[in-house]
Design a protein around this ligand. Structure first.
Ligand code: NAD
Length: 594
């Protein structure tokens, strides 16, 4: 005989009158055990209520926009008599010792020989259980969460801020690119003022600009909320700390949520490094503050000539601020290919007030007139006063902030969490991805690693085996590089050749009013394969993908040169750099090299 049973709102922690934001079943629907019935949302989390029974929905007692508390009836379901016993809680799998990890590559991170941190124990209540917990919702974290959900895992995504998307979407890549696009538009109008089209000096409304930038960010972060919901990923907002190898406690606005997980993926990122002994003054900014465009000072000092410093300098320069950059090494963007940094340096040396290489900041004082900065170095100028100072001296991983020791996870002295090629930490069922694992600290590395971790957590045999990770600085000109730089190829003693094409001979570049770009490709003389490349010029970041693919595919010069590239585009510079190496180039007079 079939039986009709009421399904009630289960224990949802300390919440009362929680919003029902979605009802996923209708009267007459056949449902299985674990079918999601409704989605509840508090300001801390969205969660699905699964059915404990299989059967047919007889009558629905709630609808979207209702409010419910524990014990309220959601619906009645007709079940076959044999099926009406509530399923016993599944027995937890015995925890494997880290040393038992199957298929563990021998080298990194060693689980047997090195002393491991002693993990904590957790005896408290559990509010949410899941297959995969992802800590951090940046590009790496949300990708991992969504991939794991697509592979059938029950996923919880924990984020300390109200908005999903992490540094990249909220205060990094995306807002900076929105402002860099504005900078490009302003620069193009300046250029054409001298070539027949005058718009007049731009009037900058920083408030409207900020709103537009925020709207771009909002579209993306709002999109993530929708994507999480559609995949039934439970999002919990608050600061997450491990309390045992299988538990994470989230401290949110409405109190604590304890989550038990089978696997965890740590994607907790990095934060801006600060110099010691800086006065507490809002005129001293990190890139997060600089993106808010609170004020356009007359003069600004950028400490650190790396990617962040030079991208923000590009924005503030276009908005009319006099820029100085101080960099402690002998070159801008150390680590990038020298030959492609040159066109950038040449352009900004003409535009900026000062570029100080081999120079350190020795003292920073807040005065009424501005921030007074003293310098140290062979060519150091006398102390200067700036309206604002941007500190962009690198980023630090957040490994020390997540209670890693309680889960037995090893964190190195710099705050990085070592992983193997499957993104596993020293604890077999805990993975780490993105900035928190190792350099380069790039969003696209994090997303790639996020997919691997999610796939491995879901039982697939994925591993990181990309040959190269491209880098891009969205300066003007853009600088992009992939694989070995010329200096690295020399250091490694590789017998290599260079194919180079100057953008001064590219029609499309000239039509954009630019003749300062360059495309360079490095080829191994042994087999002609591409080992690295660097591009400077507008849109270099988009062009570098072709060369990343070429390296992944083991392409040689002929593969690139004989691929027909559309005319007129800047992508032709890639083919022509390969032709220059091949000796088949006709767009320049280049004597045959091979
Ligand atoms: P960075 O490490 O790229 O550059 C920091 C620079 O500051 C270095 O050149 C360093 O020599 C210099 N420096 C350090 N201490 C100094 C001091 N006391 N005085 C003067 N100079 C000093 O770091 P970043 O630019 O802050 O960027 C941080 C991370 O974020 C990097 O890993 C970067 O790759 C990544 N990021 C990438 C992008 C992108 O892909 N477009 C954009 C922004 C940031």
């Amino acid at each position: 005989m079939p039986k009709t049973i009421e399904i009630k709102v289960p224990d949802i922690g300390d919440f009362e009158n929680v919003d029902v934001i979605d009802v996923m079943v209708a009267e007459g629907d056949k449902i299985e055990k674990e079918t999601a019935l409704i989605t509840l949302e508090t300001d801390k989390a969205a969660m699905d209520v699964p059915s404990p029974y299989a059967g047919t929905v007889k009558s629905l007692k709630v609808s979207a926009d209702d409010k419910v508390s524990e014990g309220d009836v959601i619906l009645t379901v007709e079940v076959a008599e044999a099926d009406d016993e509530e399923p016993a809680a599944e027995e937890a799998e015995p925890e494997k010792e880290p040393d038992e990890a199957p298929g563990q590559p021998e080298d990194e991170p060693k689980r047997k020989s090195e002393p491991q941190p002693k993990a904590g124990e957790y005896q408290g209540n559990v509010d949410i259980e899941c297959d995969v917990l992802v800590l951090g919702s940046g590009p790496g974290g949300y990708t991992a969460a969504f991939r794991a959900a697509d592979l059938g895992q029950k996923v919880v995504l924990v984020e300390r801020y109200d908005s999903l998307g992490g540094v990249c979407l909220n205060v990094g890549c995306i807002p900076s690119k929105a402002l860099l696009h504005v900078a490009k538009v302003i620069e193009e109008t300046h250029f054409f003022a001298e070539h027949g089209v005058k718009f007049g000096e731009p009037k900058i409304d920083t408030g409207a600009l900020r709103e537009w930038k925020n709207s771009v960010v909002g579209k993306l972060t709002g999109g993530l909320v929708g994507l999480a919901k559609r995949r039934k990923v439970t999002v919990v907002h608050g600061v997450g700390q491990f309390v045992s190898p299988h538990h994470l406690e989230v401290d949110g606005k409405d109190g604590k949520t304890a989550i038990r997980f089978s696997n965890a993926i740590i994607a907790a990122g990095s934060e801006a490094a600060m110099l010691p002994n800086l006065p507490d003054d809002k005129r001293i900014m990190t890139s997060t503050h600089a993106l808010e465009l609170e004020e356009l000072p007359q003069r600004m000092l950028v400490i650190g000539g790396g990617i962040i410093g030079l991208e923000m300098a590009t924005v503030y320069d276009a908005l009319g601020v006099e820029i100085s950059v101080v960099e402690m090494t002998d070159t801008l963007m150390p680590g990038a290919d020298r030959a492609i940094v040159k066109p950038l340096e040449k352009r900004i040396r003409k535009r900026y007030e000062n570029i100080l290489l081999n120079t350190k900041v020795s003292k920073v004082e807040a005065t009424k007139q501005g921030i007074k900065v003293s310098f140290e170095g062979k060519d150091a100028p006398k102390p200067q006063v700036y309206g604002r100072v941007l500190v962009a001296v690198g980023r630090r991983p957040n490994g020390g902030r997540i209670g890693a020791d309680k889960a037995g996870i090893k964190v190195d002295e710099r705050g990085f969490i070592p992983t193997d090629k499957q993104q596993r930490t020293n604890v077999e069922h805990i993975f780490a991805i993105g900035d928190i694992t190792k350099a380069p600290l790039l969003a696209h590395k994090a997303t790639h690693e996020g997919k691997i971790a999610a796939e491995v957590a879901a039982g697939e045999k994925s591993a990181f085996d990309a040959r190269v990770i491209p880098s891009v600085a969205y300066t003007d000109p853009e600088i992009a590089w992939v694989g070995l730089t010329e200096a690295e190829a020399k250091e490694q003693g590789i017998d290599f050749g260079v194919g180079e094409f100057p953008w001064a001979a590219n029609g499309r570049s000239l039509a954009m009013g630019r003749d300062d770009g360059v495309t360079r490709i490095y080829f191994d003389n042994k087999d002609g394969r591409i080992i690295g490349a660097g591009i400077a010029g507008p849109g270099a970041g988009d062009l570098i993908s072709e060369l990343a693919l070429a390296i992944e595919m083991g392409a040689d010069a002929a593969d690139v040169a004989l691929t027909i590239h559309p005319h007129p585009t800047t992508s032709e510079t890639v083919a022509m750099a390969a032709e220059a190496f091949e000796g088949t180039l006709t767009d320049l007079y280049a004597p045959k090299k091979r």
